[in-house]
Each structure stands twice: as C-alpha cells, then as structure tokens.
Design a protein around this ligand. Structure first.
Ligand code: DX5
Ligand code: ZN
Length: 228
C-alpha cells in the first residue's frame, strides 16, 4: 500500500526480522507491533552480493497481509545482485518500500524509476565503504536513503560510527519529504545517538529479537530513540 508521505520523516523503529524466530515469525511480528512498531524491515540476501542467504518474495508475501491489516508497512532491503529482476515480485508480495544497493546497480536511476512505477517507495542503500557521492544523481528522486552502519550480510555486528557522518550530507541532497534509514548495530546504548545523527527510520534486529521479550525491548528502544 502507498506509504503516507508524512511517514518518511517520522521517527520509527524498524525491527529486522532477520533476527526473529522463523518458526514463530507471525508471533514475533505481533509482539513488536503490539509495542507500537509500524514498520517491519525485511533483509533479502542472495549469497552473492553478500555472503549469506535469507528470504525471498514468498516469505514477504506470507507476512505482508497481517502487517497491512494492522496498518503497518514493510521496508524491504535487497542485498542482492541485479535487484531490478526482483523488484516487481517484491512489490507484488506486499513490500511498501524497496531499497536497492547503489553498489549492485550500474543503472541506478533506472532501478529507482522501476520501483516507483510499481507504486511503492524507492530506497537506495549504501555500504559503509561507499561514499555519499555514489547516490548523487538519484538523490533528488528517491523516497529513502538507507545508510548501512555495518557491512551488510549479518545481524549482530558492531555499529561503525563513521557511517553516521554521512547523514547531514545526504539530508542536503534528498527531497524534504524523503527518509534516511540507518541499519546495523543499533542497540540500547547507541539508539539515541543514531537518532541525533539525523536518522528518521532506525533498524534494529538482534537488539529486538535477541531479547528475552522482544515487545518490551521494542518499547524501550522506541522510548530511548525519542529521548523520553
Ligand atoms: C545487515 C542487515 C540488517 C540487520 C541488522 O546486513 O541489513 O538489517 O538485520 O541487524 P542488527 O540490528 O543485529 O545489526
Ligand atoms: Zn537491513
């Protein structure tokens, strides 16, 4: 479903289901949504762009209806080669925002246009080693920029603080109503600093789903994020 424009600039915690219990995925998602979460982050990996394999459109399609029924959204992060081949499948499965990596797209402008033509939000992601200049030519077009604060591939890594410095530079380049999503290594200790660095959407995988009570942890992280 279309993302309400205002949602992009709201501060949101996005639990990444990469660290959820796949045998009880629906329950894990319910727990965090009961805690006030509105956007779920889905990490798609192909074993080529990153050295790990995760989920595909079928899994996204199986969780999307329940998330949408509760007024929630899905942000799908494609860490795959040739992502253009799959964007229509993920849009059909129920993705609301689809992000492709600048490093994986020689025709990045085209990829962003393809996603937007499908009626979903278009995000462009950059790795910690990729300079902001890599997205300069699409910055005015995208609905979201995803800044990796770890090297993509695995949950549970340590945040790379230098990546946060990219945020002010990106903010100057993008539309006023576009989001900046920060992804990787976020936990209780650093979530406020990540929000203060200028993020709109903050992903947390292991911090949420590695906790004994993911609902309570999501509640706490949302409070800390907002500085309450
Ligand atoms: C890493 C993924 C992240 C990951 C974050 O490649 O893009 O979204 O799930 O996990 P944590 O929060 O554990 O670093
Ligand atoms: Zn991610």
């Amino acid at each position: 479903m279309p993302v309400p424009t205002a949602t992009y600039r709201e501060l949101h915690l996005l639990p990444s289901i990469l660290s959820a219990d796949f045998a009880h995925l629906g329950d894990d998602i319910d727990r965090v949504m009961d805690a006030g979460v509105r956007i779920i982050h889905c990490d798609v990996m192909d074993g080529h762009f990153v050295p790990n394999l995760t989920m595909g459109p079928a899994l996204v399609g199986s969780i999307a209806p329940a998330i949408h029924a509760r007024g929630g959204l899905l942000s799908v992060h494609l860490m795959i080669e040739s992502p253009e081949k799959f964007v229509d499948d993920f849009a059909a499965a129920g993705a609301d925002v689809i992000s492709v990596h600048a490093e994986a797209c020689p025709m990045l402008y085209h990829a962003v246009q393809m996603i937007q033509k499908l009626g979903v939000g278009a995000g462009v992601a950059i790795n910690p080693g990729t300079p902001v200049s890599a997205i300069r030519e699409v910055a005015h077009l995208v609905d979201m920029v995803l800044v990796m604060t770890v090297n993509p591939g695995f949950g549970g890594q340590k945040l790379i603080p230098a990546a946060l410095k990219k945020v002010p530079e990106i903010r100057k380049m993008i539309r006023e109503d576009a989001a900046i999503e920060l992804d990787g290594g976020v936990n209780r200790e650093n979530i406020r600093a990540v929000a203060e660095a200028g993020a709109d959407w903050i992903v947390a995988g292991s911090a949420v789903f590695g906790a004994d009570d993911p609902g309570a942890e999501a509640r706490l992280l949302q409070r800390l994020m907002a500085g309450d």
